[in-house]
Design a protein around this ligand. Structure first.
Ligand code: BGC
Length: 439
């Protein structure tokens, strides 16, 4: 890689030598043939808007190694993946040793390539047996998830020390119980969404303690999704109120409880104190993608009288099957980082990317985002890593194969891969800013 063609001096002094230059993935989206979770049932019930099916996905269950080779060739030194609970514990208390052995192989394959694994315990999917007992709305969910955590640590703890308990608890509860976009597809179930969030907080705290009890050097956090909200009509008081309300409810949901041990309204109606969850993270994990305009929509009871939009002149990637994905707004990363600074913990950007099949704006997004990281580091922010979503096109939940986030393009029929220009660009950025490279 020719790093000498880049202008500027001392560029690489901004990024710490052990900065994680990563990519992020999740089990259901890449492994293929996960038939025992609620997302498979959702697909079978015709709920994927694009009508696609996961199929083999990126075929990682059989051959994650081919993508690890590509990641290595790009200079990527960290990779975030999740373990699929329904494979490991196919029925309550029954453990699949072959599945755990496969995860051991996967983690070893990463380490053999000099890639640091970051493992997420829960990335949206639940085993069917767990979902049928009420999922995280059920009080027992906390203990059941703790049992799973213990098992994963026992099996994989010697191969990984960077753990993410839950991916985006705020997205899981908002889309599953409030907007009906994710399973179980409930709309407007405020109280249930609140109960789910409370149980997720408690399950996170229990997992945090369980991991630390089993591993002295563990680095544990969760991944917080952050959206920049702006009033659709800044001159409208009601739009301003809606935007601020959604911002606080969505972006601070979960994080606020972990920080203070108290639940914000309306969760505080259930339990005044959640002292046991306070200060249960070693880092702040941020997933940041976009900005949305929020405004009052009196004729939209279906979306609970508010509407999220993107002005057409703003940069955006590809449009979802029904709704826009969001404005690509790299400057917003700073807002996310500032929001969680009060924790005084190291920060990892655990996801960031754009759906962009033809790689129209991804190169711009990547460069602008790395510029943001540089600025934040130069000001003294304790940023430890950046994970681009994602390495190879994967199954985008309700949008199926319609939205493509990969640095690498995937032909789902042949499993052929083709680097997008952004893959080369990311590789160049990594080489340009990595301190521990000699050339
Ligand atoms: C999720 C990923 C998803 C990505 C792109 C994140 O909210 O964690 O699973 O694929 O966004 O939409």
């Amino acid at each position: 890689m020719d790093t000498h063609s880049w202008p500027g001096e001392n560029l690489n002094s901004t990024f710490p030598a052990d900065f994680a230059w990563g990519v992020a993935t999740s089990a259901h989206q890449v492994e293929g043939e996960n038939f025992n979770n609620q997302w498979h049932a959702w697909e079978r019930n015709g709920r994927i808007k694009s009508r696609d099916s996961v199929g083999l996905a990126c075929d990682w269950w059989k051959n994650a190694e081919q993508d690890f080779d590509l990641a290595k060739s790009l200079g990527i030194n960290a990779l975030r993946l999740s373990v699929e609970w329904s494979r490991i514990e196919p029925s309550p208390g029954q453990w699949d040793h072959a599945a755990l052995a496969r995860y051991r192989d996967i983690l070893k394959a990463l380490r053999d390539r000099g890639i640091r694994p970051f493992v997420t315990l829960h990335h949206f999917t639940n085993p069917l047996w767990f979902e049928s007992k009420g999922g995280f709305a059920a009080a027992e969910s906390v203990a059941v998830f703790q049992r799973f955590t213990r098992r994963v640590l026992a099996a994989l703890g010697d191969l990984c020390s960077d753990w993410t308990t839950f991916n985006e608890p705020n997205v899981y509860s908002a889309l599953g119980y409030f907007l009906g976009e994710f399973p179980p597809g409930e709309r407007g179930s405020f109280l249930k969404a609140a109960r789910v969030t409370e149980n997720l907080c408690r399950a996170h705290a229990a997992a945090y303690r369980t991991i630390h009890a089993l591993q002295a050097n563990a680095n544990v956090g969760w991944a917080q999704h952050f959206v920049v909200f702006k009033p659709t009509r800044p001159e409208s008081a009601i739009d301003r109120w809606i935007s601020a309300f959604i911002d606080r409810r969505f972006n601070n949901n979960f994080a606020e409880t972990i920080e203070t041990g108290r639940s914000p309204f309306p969760l505080n109606h259930f339990r005044r104190h959640l002292d046991e969850v306070k200060d249960t993270c070693d880092y702040i994990g941020i997933n940041y993608y976009s900005r949305l305009r929020a405004g009052f929509a009196p004729r939209s009871p279906k979306t609970l009288f508010f509407q999220l939009t993107v002005p057409s002149h703003k940069p955006q990637g590809d449009h979802g099957v029904e709704i826009p994905y969001g404005e690509a707004y790299p400057d917003g990363l700073r807002r996310a980082v500032e929001r969680f600074k009060s924790f005084k913990k190291p920060i990892y950007i655990l996801e960031n990317g754009v759906p962009d099949r033809n790689d129209r704006i991804r190169p711009w997004l990547l460069e602008s985002t790395v510029e943001q990281l540089r600025g934040l580091l130069a000001e003294g922010t304790d940023l430890r890593g950046y994970f681009h979503w994602t390495l190879t096109d994967n199954f985008e939940w309700n949008e199926g194969w319609h939205l493509r986030f990969g640095l690498i393009e995937l032909d789902t029929k042949t499993q052929e891969r083709k680097m997008r220009p952004s893959a080369q660009l990311y590789s160049q950025l990594i080489h340009r800013f990595s301190r521990n490279r000699t050339h």
